[in-house]
Design a protein around this ligand. Structure first.
Ligand SMILES: *Cc1c(COP(=O)(O)O)cnc(C)c1O
Length: 464
């Protein structure tokens, strides 16, 4: 039985509204309009329950790197389920999928990142990281090194620990976050916060906030700094080129551990296996998930350097998840990595697809609503503005205009997400130049419709 077209769309929507609580959603509002029901997908295209075909500009949630419909992954899962559907790795046992995947990741990851602690998701992996870096320092005889420095508008997941690492104000406002021992510095978002400084100066200034924070706390109290190489959920915010080298200098100077959250930027998204490689960063831990399995199975993990792994190994680390290294998820991830590798997808992103997207995307900058159009690899964003020259914000609540634009994209069968008043994409890495042209055509149409809507409703006004 397949759960597709079992009933008319309205009936499916009614069941969804009655019983299904959607993440990051005002469910009462969604219930009134009804969710769009996605029934199948192939390549970069989704099909809904009315037979409409959409271009998935977001690769699901930044994860379907190899695109939809790769039956090799289904076969790998079925094979593994028949052979060994589950076994744990807690009590002195291991299994072939987990150990093979760990070895493969050690080979792909830069430097001495040679050890993998598996989790079921990116959130879980970042919770692991909090406990692991604190335990590392405890074993080093510096138990007071507990504080982790993170960034405002960073995203690291939705569990208590990972959402505390994240710097999303709307998340911290609910449920008693952040947990103690996590502090936040400002993000390297030049377009939105750089004022009259140059991007280069601004990148340095924002990196130096890390040094100021370390000195304020006392380096002897700081365990680690965590950041995404490129902020994803924060709005595809690409840091100035000066930012990462300065961060690298500061963490080295004070002996702070660097955690690169590669959940989005890993597995080819930026045209490298890991985003860190494109910025010349050498982290001590990398968080992975999403593109690790192209979303075909839930799996995440932490890739850990020799020094931390060997130190942690001196004692029992009282941490783990029932599904750490789940054999089916690991087998699917291995097949995904094989395809990314053997089909040259990562290289193609770097040498062909990303340059093509960069040029096509930049062409949107001539639209009256677009303040900047930027990309890195296959992640890209637009800043919507009522006044390009001033990089102004809208007078309406942040996100009002972005939401309007997103609705027009959706109506034009393009999945493009909004973060506040930034529009973002991160399509499957297998997207072709012809698909990119189609995506840009639909995006431009949605921008035109948004502009007309704002003019009609008198919303094309800058904040005072
Ligand atoms: C999505 C994401 C996470 C959380 O991963 P989940 O699998 O949703 O728990 C962590 N970090 C980054 C950078 C992400 O984009």
């Amino acid at each position: 039985m397949t759960l597709t077209n079992i009933a008319p769309t309205a009936e499916l929507q009614a069941l969804d509204a009655a019983h299904h609580m959607h993440p990051f959603t005002a469910n009462d509002e969604l219930a009134k309009k009804g969710a769009r029901i996605i029934v199948r997908a192939n390549g970069v295209r989704l099909t809904d329950s009315d037979g409409q075909e959409l271009i998935d500009g977001m690769a699901g949630l930044w994860c379907v790197n190899i695109g939809y419909g790769r039956t090799e992954l289904a076969e790998a899962a079925a094979r593994q389920m028949r052979e060994l559907p589950y076994y744990n790795t807690f009590f002195q046992t291991s299994h072939v999928p987990a150990l093979t995947l760990a070895a493969k990741l050690a080979e792909l990851a830069p430097g001495d990142l040679n050890h993998v602690f598996f989790a079921g998701s990116g959130s879980e992996a970042n919770d692991t990281n909090i406990r692991m870096v604190r335990q590392y320092w405890a074993l080093k005889g510096q138990p007071e090194r507990k504080t982790i420095i993170a960034r405002k508008n960073g995203y690291h997941g939705s569990s208590m620990g990972s959402a505390s690492l994240g710097g999303m104000a709307a998340m911290h406002a609910q449920g008693g976050l952040p947990i103690p021992g996590i502090v936040h510095i400002d993000q390297p978002y030049w377009y939105g916060e750089g004022g009259d400084t140059t991007p280069a100066d601004f990148g340095l200034a924002r990196a130096r906030q890390l040094e100021e924070k370390i000195l304020e706390l006392g380096a002897e109290n700081v365990a680690a700094f965590i950041a995404e190489p490129v902020q994803g959920a924060g709005g595809v915010i690409i840091p100035p080129e000066t930012y990462w080298p300065e961060i690298q200098r500061i963490v080295a100077k004070y002996g702070i551990l660097l955690i690169a959250d590669e959940v989005i930027t890993g597995f080819g998204r930026t045209g490298h296996w890991f985003g860190s490689q494109g910025y010349g960063i050498q982290p001590h831990i990398m968080t992975i998930a999403k593109g690790l399995s192209s979303g075909y199975q839930p799996i995440g993990g932490s890739i850990v350097c020799d020094e931390i792994a060997h130190t942690i190994g001196q004692d029992e680390f009282n941490h783990g998840y029932t599904y750490s290294g789940h054999p089916v998820a690991a087998a699917v991830a291995l097949e995904n990595l094989r395809i990314l590798d053997e089909e040259g997808i990562v290289d193609r992103v770097r040498t062909r697809t990303a340059p093509y997207l960069a040029q096509a995307w930049a062409s949107l900058a001539d639209h009256p609503l677009v303040g900047e159009a930027v990309s890195r690899g296959l992640m890209a964003s637009l800043a919507l503005t009522p006044d390009k020259a001033a990089r102004a914000r809208f007078a309406t609540d942040p996100g009002t205009v972005g939401y309007i634009c997103r609705e027009y994209c959706f109506a034009n069968n393009l999945v493009m997400r909004h973060v506040g008043d930034r529009m973002i994409i991160a399509p499957p890495l297998v997207i072709t130049p012809a698909d990119i042209d189609e995506l840009i055509t639909r995006a431009r149409k949605a921008l035109d419709q948004t502009l007309a809507h704002l003019q009609r409703d008198g919303l094309l006004r800058a904040a005072a």
